[in-house]
Write a protein that binds this ligand. Structure first.
Ligand SMILES: O=C(O)c1ccc(O)c(O)c1
Ligand SMILES: [Mg+2]
Length: 602
């Protein structure tokens, strides 16, 4: 293993005690850790015992961090800072850690004097060298005088001590938009450590941004592959280490969080050509969606949408409902917990490669019971518990005995998208999962004010736009107040003519979700739709949206009794690429009203 194949994670990324964090990091397959000073201080284990503990877990201690506010201070403060450093060197000696992170000062005692900073860091490095320790100097983006990597490099160069080098942290560099070209001019021997973190683009104070919103690579908006390429091109050969401060991760179970972290790192290594995992195979579409705990009410809704009960599974209580390329499985095996989307299936050009890729990206494989004569389908578990089948459509259809149900044509052409509301703690992990494992690409994220709080939505699609998912999550952890309509999920069925579909489905007895008149008055005010079209939309409770490229018409069914699931029928006209997010607040209010039968409270 070359050194840059070593994967490390800072203990500060994970929730819990130091023991919880180390166990989670080791279980996720990390080779090493950065130990955060505060985590060690709060641990009952002596540094020597910790060293042994890490050895037993197969974790090397790559860095001890952070040492703060050392440089460019008056003589009396320097004396005290050196004493403080020596005590930390004692800890490191027992720990068996050889690199100390020193971050650029934010102290009011410090002065703006690069020569003084260099001289004092030289002194610190020579003391460290006597103990076999190296100092990695990191420019915090909010450092009082030193807040860019090029400035930290000027000081390290001036200090000129072999035990003094740099720690580059992608957050501090990318958050400030510093030009990366200068990284290649730093000698590899001076690149002591590399910390990797992504973040969403936010217009806010950089310290707050860093301490609360960092994300694992690939979960945010920074160009981590571009950054890593620049550092590797400079000859960096140390470990790749994640350092993410994030309010949600800090309170989430560290075991799945560590797996997410590892998945992000493997995915980043793939982006720079440092792993050999199979590329995501081409996807031809949604093969099926399976509803768990589905009963007669769901079957009646499917019948009114014009789907046919076309097959019965040969060994399981699973019905196949179908119209053209729309295939919905109703599984009545598990009647508890209410109707929900239990599985989605994507039609992969190479299911074996899809499964191999999923495994290398640490997707948990779901055990499948199947008879010898039934298809052996690979399914992996997404962070929200949804099973994701990687399959070819014709491989599993044979497991169903044909049923001769009544056939209708309501103009449905396929599954347009599946919308999955995510548990609050799993949103960023889920986005990374679907992006990396299936090779979906995030599209325009949106945030809207829904009746029960702000909602963030993130649509994703394969490059051919044949498999589309819409993830969403409450922006803040949700309280109890969202009666009866928590976390809905939906299956959007594509129609070539949504008005004609609505008419035919009405004839089959479909009840659609009623949209208030105020909505149509507003549509008229905003968009000046032709009167005939507006009347049709109003008549069938069809929602409408448009962008520069086209139009989107869609209507929904109410939520079934005890069900999280509703259906949507959608028509895309022209190049409309969205998901009608502008209409989501109206739709959510309508679902609440439909469920409560108009009663103001429940
Ligand atoms: O927020 C901080 O204080 C802090 C500490 C150590 C780091 O490596 C860092 O990037 C930030
Ligand atoms: Mg850092």
């Amino acid at each position: 293993m070359s050194r840059t194949d070593r994967r490390s994670i800072a203990t500060v990324c994970l929730s819990g005690t130091l023991e919880d964090k180390l166990t989670a990091a080791a279980a996720a397959g990390f080779d090493g850790v950065e130990i955060f000073d505060n985590d060690l201080i709060a641990s009952p284990e002596s540094p020597a015992a910790l060293r042994k503990h890490c050895e037993e877990l197969g974790l090397s201690i790559e860095l001890y961090q952070p040492f703060r506010d050392f440089e460019a201070v008056p003589p009396d403060v320097l004396a005290s800072n050196l004493r403080r450093a020596e005590r930390k060197f004692d800890v490191m000696e027992q720990l068996g850690a050889d690199t100390l992170l020193v971050c650029s000062t934010v102290s009011p005692d410090a002065v703006d004097d690069d020569d003084l900073a260099a001289e004092q860091l030289h002194l610190l490095a020579s003391r460290a060298a006597e103990r076999g320790i190296r100092i990695a100097y990191e420019a915090l983006a909010w450092g009082r005088f030193v807040n860019t990597y090029d400035h930290s490099w000027r000081i390290v160069r001036r200090a000129d001590h072999p035990a003094l080098g740099l720690c580059l942290d992608s957050f501090h560099i990318l958050s400030r938009g510093t030009d990366l070209a200068g990284i290649r001019t730093i000698p590899a021997s001076k690149l002591f450590f590399l910390q990797l973190a992504d973040a969403p683009r936010l217009d806010m104070n950089v310290l707050q941004w860093s301490r609360h919103y960092r994300l694992f690579p690939g979960q945010g908006s920074f160009d981590l592959p571009g950054f890593l390429r620049a550092v590797l091109a400079a000859g960096y050969d140390g470990p790749l280490s994640l350092e993410v401060f994030n309010d949600v991760f800090r309170q989430a179970d560290p075991r799945p969080a560590a797996v997410d972290a590892m998945r992000s790192l493997v995915s980043l290594q793939e982006a720079v050509g440092h792993t050999d995992i199979p590329a995501p195979p081409e996807l031809a579409g949604h093969s099926f969606v399976e509803l768990s705990a589905a009963g007669p009410e769901t079957a009646a809704t499917l019948a009114a949408l014009g789907l046919t009960h076309a097959g019965q599974h040969r060994s399981k209580p699973v019905q196949l409902w179908q119209q053209g390329n729309v295939r919905v499985l109703l599984n009545s095996a598990d009647a508890s917990g209410g109707t929900r989307i239990g599985a989605i299936a994507v039609d992969s050009a190479d299911p074996a490669a899809s499964a191999d890729r999923a495994e290398k990206l640490l997707a948990p494989k779901l055990p499948r019971e199947h008879r010898a004569d039934e298809a052996d389908l690979t399914a992996v578990e997404a962070p929200d518990g949804t099973a994701v089948f990687l399959t070819r459509t014709d491989a599993w259809l044979a497991d169903f005995t044909p049923v001769d149900g009544p056939r209708h044509d309501t103009g449905l052409t396929g599954i347009d998208h599946v919308a999955l509301t995510q548990p609050f703690d799993h949103f960023d992990g889920a986005a990374l999962f679907y992006r990396s494992v299936l090779g979906l690409r995030p599209e325009a994220a949106a945030e809207f004010a829904a009746p029960f709080g702000l909602v963030r939505s993130l649509p994703m699609a394969d490059p051919g736009h044949r498999v589309r998912l819409a993830l969403s999550v409450a922006v803040l952890r949700r309280g109890e107040w969202a009666p009866g309509v928590q976390d809905p999920q939906h299956i959007a069925l594509a129609s070539e003519d949504v008005v004609a579909s609505a008419e035919r489905m009405r004839a089959l007895g479909l009840r659609t979700l009623e949209i208030p008149d105020n909505y149509y008055d507003d549509l008229d005010a905003r968009l000046e739709l032709p009167a005939g079209l507006l009347a049709k939309l109003r008549e069938h409770s069809i929602l409408y949206d448009r962008d520069e490229r086209g139009e989107f018409l869609h209507f929904c069914t109410p939520l079934g009794t005890g069900s999280r699931v509703f259906f949507e029928v959608v028509q895309r006209i022209g190049g409309y690429a969205g998901y009608g997010a502008a209409n989501a607040p109206v739709r959510m209010a309508a679902h609440r009203r439909a469920r409560l039968g108009g009663a103001p409270t429940s």
